[in-house]
Structure formats: C-alpha cells, structure tokens
Design a binder for this molecule. Structure first.
Ligand code: CO8
Length: 374
C-alpha cells in the first residue's frame, strides 16, 4: 500500500512582533534592572541583564519578525509574556482552536471530508494540558470518528507524527490520518534573555496522509520512506513540568523556560542532520543532487545553509531550500511544514523532495517524498 501526503494546511496568527519591538522591551527591562541593582552589580554580587540588538538577531539567525498567538503582554516591560486568558472547560481550548484552523485548511487542500479521516495526531513541542488529549478535542470539533492522541517530540514532533501516520496507513489501521502541529511556543520563551528572546514564533500546520489509491487532490506526494534518529542531549532544555508544583519551583526561573547552548547545538546538530539525510537518500540510491526541494527545519538560516552545503558541496538556492525564518522565526516542529506548505506546488511529477526536522532531544526525522502524477 503506497502512502501519500495529499494536503497541507497553514494557519498563521494575525499578530506580528518585530525584532525591534522585542529588543526595545528587553533593553528597557535591562536598563531598569541594572539601575535598580547597580550597587550589587558593581560589587559582583549580581549579574547585569545584557542588552539585545536587532542587527545581531537578523545576522545570527535570519529572523526578522515572528507571528504570535497573543501579542498583549509580550511588549509590556512589567509582564514580558503573552497574557492568554483561561477558557472554560466547555469552550474550545486555545491549542485546539489553532489546530482546527490548520486542519480545516489541510482537509480542503486534500479534498477530504472529516468522515474520510480515521485518526488525528496532535504533535508539537508543548501541549497546554496532559488530558483530555488536544487531539481528541480536535477530533470532536471536526466530527471525525476513529481515534486521536497527542505526541511531544519538540522540534521533530511534526515529522515523527507523520512517520506514525505513514505506519498506521501501511498497517491498515487507518485509511487517512490528520497530523496537526499547533505550535504555541511564546508562553515558554524567556523574553528577558537576549540569547533566546528572538528565536520563536507561533503557528499551526497540518497535513493529511492517506492511501495512494484514495488520493484525488492536485498536489500529491508519495512518501518513499521515513527515517528517524535520537541522541540524548541537555543542550536544549526546559525543566517546567507537572512536578514543578511538588518542589515549589518558580515558573519564571530561566531553567523552567526554553534555554539552550546555541553554539554547541549548531556544531553538533548540523553534521548529524547532513549525515542522516545522506544515509536516508542512499536507501533509495539517490544523491543529494537528485533532490529538487529541501523542506528543512527552520531554526537558523546559517544552519540550513551549512547542512545544504555539506550535502550538495555548494550553496543551495533559495528555490531549492526555501527559508521561512525571516517571517515566521523558529516555530518548533512546524518549520519544515510551513516551508512545504508555501513551496510545494511548483514541483513536477517525479520530482523528489526531503522533509527534515532536527533539534531538541536531539532528534532528527526525515521523509523522502516524490510528487505523484495523478
Ligand atoms: N543581541 C546582542 N548580542 C547577543 C545577543 C543579542 N540578542 N544574543 C547573543 N549575543 C552575544 C552573545 O552573548 C555572544 O557574546 P560573547 O561573544 O561576548 O559571549 C555573542 O553575541 C555571540 O553569541 P553566540 O555565539 O551565541 O551567537 P551565534 O552566532 O551562535 O547565534 C544562535 C546564536 C542564533 C542562537 C545560534 O547559535 C543558533 O541558532 N544555534 C542553533 C540553535 C538551534 O537550532 N536551536 C534549536 C532550537 S530548539 C527547537 O527548534 C525546538 C525546541 C522546542 C520549542 C521551544 C519553544 C519555546
């Protein structure tokens, strides 16, 4: 049974935060903090808060702005986090709403009805609660029978969930699977830390995977195979979790938010990702030069340039390896799917592409796909 990706959906939150806006609030905070604690800072008893710089951010990362689900609060120096109100249990939850928005677009692109779908996987870097699963809430909101579950694999949540969908369809467990990535990252960003305050954005993506013989959409990609690799690393970490309450942990403490050793991540992940992709392509007797499009994880433009250079022996053009970071920033696992969503329709039947995520865990997940001639 051949398995295809037959539709992709992208939901972009309307609010935009520019680098300049983020730098302004961080610098206001730094000035305020450093003036208040000047004596202690001068005595070496406390560290000064470092100021940020918009030109550094764009050069170091390729990011110019990010979309956020809620902008209110982020740019308030007395808050510096999105103010996201609690909703009643009866109301659609925030992440389910994001997921439904992307899912509806993916279903329309795949020319599918909710009744055609047998399983829903919601997979992302964080879910807003442990249970009931966001996927089951989405399933109900869309009127899908069958089953749903949530998965967390940080940056590789989207690709790893697509892998599970591929296997379920191969095994006959489901005819078609909706894989959704409601990446609500902004609540976990430390907007007071210049090393990481600029990195993330919010978005939701979704794809429909189904049996090749039921696909009837205009842009269909056969999944030739999937490959995954994980290797434990503490260089990208968040310690916030349900145990935080049991040890009275401060939810504002830097280690309870996203933090990383960006330089080390860069150095360790780039070679791993390039090697992984080369090995995956070799399973199909393909070379990097046979690949028409690279839909790579979007964490840092320099990372993607380096990985493409390692694979191709030259720079990849923007057409070969599209970058969406400038507009979206790092949207955790959704990055490669945003790139796929915005840059897949122009491929010709027979063209080969690679979807690949890499990041926290470490985790790497890839799919080699080929456009189908329907
Ligand atoms: N403004 C001014 N200066 C700065 C700033 C700033 N904003 N930030 C850092 N600097 C300074 C540093 O302090 C340093 O100064 P010094 O030399 O005096 O120590 C200098 O600039 C250089 O800093 P770096 O070496 O850190 O700069 P880099 O060129 O390495 O760029 C990056 C930093 C952009 C973070 C880069 O290292 C990077 O992108 N690395 C890869 C990171 C990566 O891929 N991470 C994976 C992210 S995880 C993920 O994708 C999903 C996780 C789950 C989701 C979480 C949601 C919240």
């Amino acid at each position: 049974q051949h398995v295809v990706i037959s539709g992709v959906g992208l939901w972009t939150p309307e609010h935009i935060v520019t680098n300049e806006e983020l730098v302004q609030v961080l610098n206001d905070y730094a000035d305020q903090h450093n003036a208040e604690y000047a004596t202690e800072i001068d005595a070496g008893q406390r560290s000064a808060v470092a100021r940020s710089d918009a030109a550094f951010i764009e050069k170091a990362s390729g990011i110019k702005q990010r979309h956020v689900y809620v902008k209110d609060g982020i740019l308030d120096v007395n808050c510096m986090r999105p103010r996201i109100p609690e909703r009643a249990d009866e109301a659609l939850s925030h992440q389910a709403e994001m997921a439904v928005n992307a899912a509806q677009r993916a279903l329309a692109a795949a020319h599918k009805q909710p009744t055609d779908i047998d399983a829903v996987i919601v997979s992302c870097a964080y879910t807003q609660r442990a249970y009931p699963a966001i996927a089951i809430e989405v399933q109900q909101a869309l009127g899908i029978t069958g089953f749903g579950f949530d998965m967390l694999v940080a940056c590789s949540a989207a690709t790893f969930a697509q892998h599970r969908a591929y296997e379920m369809i191969k095994a006959g467990t489901a005819r078609a699977v909706l894989v959704i990535n409601p990446e609500l990252t902004s609540p976990q960003v430390n907007y007071r830390d210049r090393d990481s305050h600029f990195i993330f954005g919010d978005v939701a993506t979704a794809v429909v995977l189904e049996r090749a013989d039921t696909a009837n959409a205009p842009h269909v990609y056969e999944v030739l195979s999937t490959q995954a690799k994980t290797q434990f690393s503490n260089t990208i970490r968040s310690n916030f979790g349900y145990l935080s309450r049991t040890n009275d942990a401060d939810p504002f403490a830097p280690d309870k938010l996203f933090h990383q050793e960006g330089r080390t991540v860069f150095k360790e992940v780039c070679p791993m990702a390039a090697e992984h992709i080369a090995q995956h392509l070799a399973l199909h007797e393909l070379n990097a030069t046979d690949v028409r499009r690279w839909w790579l994880h979007q964490a840092n433009i320099n990372m993607n340039l380096l990985i493409a250079r390692k694979l191709l022996g030259r720079d990849a053009s923007a057409e070969e390896a599209p970058i969406v970071l400038d507009r979206y920033a790092n949207c955790a696992s959704a990055g490669s799917i945003i790139a796929f969503s915005l840059h897949h329709e122009d491929l010709a039947p027979g063209d080969v592409g690679v979807i690949c995520s890499f990041g926290a865990g470490y985790s790497i997940g890839s799919l080699v796909v080929r456009k189908v001639n329907l």
